[in-house]
Design a protein around this ligand. Sequence first.
Ligand code: IMP
Length: 207
Amino acid sequence: MKIILATQNQGKIRELQDLLVDEGILVLSLLDISDWVDVEETGETFADNAALKARAAVRRTGLIALADDSGLEVDALNGAPGVYSARYAGEPKDDGRNNDKLLHLLETTPDDKRTARFRCALVMATPFGKEYLTEGAVEGRILRERRGLDGFGYDPIFYLPEYERTMAELTLAEKNNISHRAQAFRKVIPILRDLGKGAMPYDPGED
Ligand code: IMP
């Protein structure tokens, strides 16, 4: 079976391909489509935005399409930056400035009120008009300064109490094992498996 992941992010493509290789599922992506026009992410939730991208990809390719949308929710900021995570400090998108803005806004917030989570919504849209939503979340706390060199986005200021490290101090393998995205990706596997079974050619066997 062939599916498409509606992203141009090599890391996400590799992560999903690795999870699905044993299922005999080939993951295409927007990198395989020459004339892809980016979908405007106008949704108010991660799930809305993921659905917009998945629907566009299924319309364009006729393949089962998956799309994810993710971001950071900080409790002391009523869930901000949320769907605005990528461009929190404005255009052009800049992880460094986003982190600076967040640290500044939380300067007077005490340690026990700095709780936050990464959230991911993954929508799968089929050519037959069905849609499925899976989600993942990782709980943590926003530090007062950056720690660690790996990862991207808000990883250097996102502390995982369970691991006593920030997301940027985890190895890629560790992060891919626990991340909000990995959780959402893993939950979609049984659904894909069932769809795959449904698509098996009928074999009447011998009398
Ligand atoms: P996207 O929906 O995966 O493109 O993520 C949108 C934005 O959320 C990114 O640009 C980052 O700012 C933030 N984000 C999402 N996932 C992560 C993560 O795993 N680590 C750090 N930041 C993330």
